[in-house]
Every structure is written in C-alpha cells, then in structure tokens.
Design a protein around this ligand. Structure first.
Ligand code: XMP
Length: 512
C-alpha cells in the first residue's frame, strides 16, 4: 500500500484518486500518524509526500524516521520535493516570484519518461523552490523559467516533483506518477473493482450474525452500501426509508422500482403528516432545516423502536454510506485536526449515539467514482448509480417560504417535467444537478383570455465536480423553451418560469 502523507495541500485527495485510478492502493495519513506507524514498525511499500501551504523553513519535524529506511521509495510533490531538498543537504530558497498555474517543463540530461513528450505543460503552485540540488540527486526536469522541476536520487528510489502531476491541468501527470510507481518504486498494481469489493465485504463480514439497520435514501451511496451488505447479511439487513412528504415524483417512482427489482428489504415509513404539520407557518430557511433534521431523527427512532418491539429483534449496527472525503475531512489526524468541518446538515447526524448503534461504513475508503464503479459491478442499473445528488431536506430547501401542499405539488410537477425533458434530450448526465425551485412571489400573466396572478418556478441547473463550486449549466434555448412551455401549461398555479444564471460562489446550489 502507498501512504500519501498530507501536508495540507488542496490536491492531496487527488493524489490518492489518481494513484488508485492507476491501480495502486493508497490511503491518506497525517505526518503524526505516519511517524507513529513507523515507530511501531508498520511501514508502507511507498510514501508520497504531498504539497502544502507552509514553508519548509517553519517545519519542525525531523524526517530521518522516514529517510533512514534506505530501500523505501519516496515521491515528494511540491512541498514534498522541498522537504527532500532540505533533508538531503540542498538549498531551498524562499520564493520572490514563484510559479503559479501553467508552466512548461522539459527533461534534462539523459532522463526520460517513455510515455510522455520531452516537453510538458504542467500545473505549478509554489513560491519556495529548490535552488541547489542535494549532492546525491540529479536534476531531471527544469521549467522554462529555469527553475528545478524534478529531482531524482542517484541510487535510492526517491524522486521529487515541483509541479502537481495529480491535477488534470498537468496533461501527462498521470504517466509521470505511473512511471514513478512502476519503474522507480517497482510496485505492482493491486487496486481494482474486485479488490474494492473484497475490502468492503470484509468489513461487513466482521460484524457477524447481527441485525443491521440502514437509513435508506435510495441515493447512490446508501443503495450501493445496502446492496453490497445485503450480499453478506441477507435477511439481517433492514432498510428504512422515511417519506417526509418532501420528495420528488421521481423519488417515489425510484423507491418503488428498488422494492421490486432488488433483494433489499425496504420498509417505507410514511411520515408526511408529521413533517408537514411541524413545518406549518415556518418560512425561515434555517428553522425549516432544523425542524426537518430533528423530525427525521425522532420519527426514525420511534418507528425503529416500534419495529423492534413488534418483530422481537434488536438492531446493533447502523449501516451508512459514508465516503472517504467525509472520513478524511472529519479525521482529527489530518492537518493536526485543523481541517474543514463537514456539512452540518448530515441527515443521520447524532442518530448512532442516540440509538446506541455501532456504525457499519463499508464505503469509508472510497471516492464517489469508485462507489459508482462498485455499484455497476454489483449489477445495479447505470441510471441508479448515476443519479444526481438530492439533499436530505429535499424539497424543503427548494420551496422558498412556507411549505404548503400547493407549493409541494407545483415543485414536484415542475421538477418531473424538467426531469423527463432532460432524459428526452439526453442532457441528464451532462449536468451535476438540475431541479426546480418554487418562489413565493406572484407575478401577473395572461392565461386564456384572463388575467393570472400566479407563482414563479425557477430552473436551477449546475455543473460541478464536488458541489463545492459550480457553474450554471448553459443549456440550449430550445430545451429551455420546451421546459418553460410545459411547466406553464401543465403545472397549476404557475405563470412564469425563470432560469438561474448564478454560479457558486456566490450563489449556493440550493436556494435555501
Ligand atoms: P449548496 O446549496 O450548499 O449545496 O451549494 C452543495 C451540495 O450539497 C447538497 N446539499 C445537501 N445535501 N443535506 C444533504 O445531504 C443537506 O441539507 C444539503 N444541502 C445542500 C446540494 O444539493 C448540493 O449538491
């Protein structure tokens, strides 16, 4: 296994993803965790030192615990290369100009990587640089600014890269990584879909013959987690799906399909009345979110307790579709615990503690793409595995102002039209999320021969890769026209359709 030591670069996760895409298993760890493992004699097959925002001049660590192991392959990227430079006796200079963004680099001396051109465009993001290469190292790459871009130890399997081979902008970056892993570190490939599945199965097998509860949403993560777990747990897995009345028409259709076409034991909890009752007369966004989150936990707990009493069973585990980015972000080991907090609006937050359930998280080492791949290898339909994300509070954050039956119906009907038209135009998969928002404003219109004074539906469609930033989707006008015409003709109470052309930042994806 390859350990990626995180020095806080925004690209650390990408190194892991690219490494796995190349077929090598890898995990992210902090420097402290790395040192602790070395001390207890647990060593990786290869170490990658990531980039980082700090300067080697301020780094208090003594890295001899790593470099005393003469056979250990080490790749230093950006900050990681500067650490190599400093440790092995070169000179690292504080940058005045630095290199940011695209840069051209070329190989120097006899060194070549066969699968890349001699000149490459790569992505740089550094101000400090190695100005004098350590004695036992060769310069193997240089930028057009005449700065050292790549160094290689003359006898040990150690290499440093000043650029970021893990980002897409470094066009041949993946080949550079592959070259290091195969030719310098001499690793063999050990990561693929069946490895992933075996690892996940092993986690589920560990819990033995226990009853497992799943808060099932029908989204990609909970579907894949439940499907793979069911293969081991069989009838011991119970999926509970809470109908909070704030679902889209497509969700009701989806859940019925899953009940019919999978082996999952799905129990639908109809809690529409409770949710809508609690939301009556509430229009402030945060208040709505809080009520929806609190109701979910209360209702889920009550229904599960009733179920346990009625069926004389006891649940010990809660199955969750937690993914690797959540695990990394919430890990106290990374960045000395300074890292970003995950979204506070996690639906099942607090549930395991409250219900005294142990957690089963078989996807906790995987990225979204890997989960999708796993879903396909479990024979789940492509459409199920590539669904758009849908927020826990559902239409509650897409109906602005008070949530009334009339607004829910308009939001559901308009969303269904948009969904059908996206599929028809084969545009569904060219966007990250596409939905309608119900606005509590009335505008004047003409319907038939009369005056109408009705509500507005907004189309929100964005492209994104992780939901953190997003651009509004530039869909063809013809498509927008069909959607607008159908919504104003077919949805009761709507006379106007508008298109949200705001990117994130500053506008969040959801309106509330
Ligand atoms: P925003 O609106 O913050 O959304 O730009 C970013 C992504 O997160 C989703 N989202 C949520 N997901 N519970 C969730 O599970 C929530 O409360 C929630 N709020 C927003 C949103 O759909 C988008 O994909």
């Amino acid at each position: 296994k390859i350990w990626i030591v995180d020095f806080g670069s925004q690209y650390t996760q990408l190194i892991t993803r690219k490494t796995r895409e190349l077929g090598f298993s890898s995990e992210i760890i902090s420097v402290d965790e790395c040192e602790a493992r070395f001390k207890s004699n647990s060593l990786p097959e290869c170490l990658v030192l990531s980039g980082g925002p700090q300067s080697v001049f301020e780094d208090p660590h003594d890295y001899s615990f790593i470099f005393n192991h003469k056979e250990l392959p080490v790749l230093g990227i950006c900050y990681g290369m500067q650490l190599l430079g400093k440790f092995f006796g070169g000179v690292v200079e504080k940058g005045i100009i630095g290199e940011y963004g695209h840069a051209d680099i070329h190989f120097t001396g006899a060194f070549k990587i066969p699968s890349t051109p001699t000149k490459m465009s790569v992505w740089m993001s550094h101000s400090d640089h190695v100005s004098k290469v350590p004695p036992e190292f060769d310069v193997v790459m240089e930028s057009s600014n005449k700065l050292v871009s790549g160094i290689k130890h003359t006898s040990r399997p150690i290499m440093g890269l000043q650029f970021h081979p893990e980002v897409e902008h470094s066009k041949h970056g993946k080949s550079v990584l592959d070259y290091f892993y195969q030719k310098i570190a001499k690793l063999s490939k050990d990561w693929n879909a069946s490895e992933m599945l075996e690892e996940a199965f092993a986690m589920v097998k560990e819990i033995g013959d226990k009853k497992v509860l799943c808060a099932f949403s029908g989204g990609v993560d909970s579907l894949v987690a439940a499907t793979l777990s069911e293969k081991i747990l069989g009838g011991n897995l119970y999926c509970f799906f809470v109908d909070n009345g704030l679902l889209r028409t497509q969700d009701y259709i989806h859940i019925e399909k899953l009940k019919k076409e999978t082996n999952l034991n799905i129990e639908v909890i109809d809690a529409k009345k409770e949710f809508l009752g609690a939301l009556e007369n509430v229009s402030e966004p945060e208040a709505k979110r809080k009520i929806i989150g609190k109701m979910f936990i209360e209702i889920f707990e009550k229904k599960v307790k009733d179920f346990e009493t009625n069926h004389k069973i006891h649940f010990e585990y809660l199955l969750q579709g937690t993914l690797y980015p959540d695990v990394i972000e919430s890990s106290p080991h990374i960045n000395g615990g300074k890292s970003v907090t995950i979204k506070s609006h996690h639906n099942v937050g607090g549930l395991p503690e409250r219900m005294k359930l142990k957690l089963l998280e078989p996807l906790r080492h995987l990225f979204k793409d890997e989960v999708r791949e796993m879903g396909l290898s479990l024979n789940l339909k492509r459409d199920w595995v590539y669904r758009h994300p849908f927020p826990g509070p559902g239409l509650g954050v897409r109906i602005l102002g008070e949530i009334t039956p009339k607004a829910i119906k308009a939001c559901q009907d308009s969303d269904q039209i948009l969904y059908e038209e996206l599929l028809e135009a084969k545009l569904y998969h060219s966007t990250w999320q596409a939905f309608t928002v119900y606005l509590p404003v009335q505008t004047v219109g003409v319907k038939g021969d009369g005056r109408a004074y009705e509500n507005v539906i907004c189309l929100r469609m964005v492209n994104s890769s992780d939901g953190m930033t997003a651009n509004w989707s530039h869909f063809p006008h013809e498509f927008l026209e069909v959607v607008s015409r159908r919504i104003t003709n077919e949805v009761a109470g709507i006379t106007r359709v508008v298109y949200d052309i705001t990117s994130k930042p500053p506008g969040t994806i959801e309106w509330e």
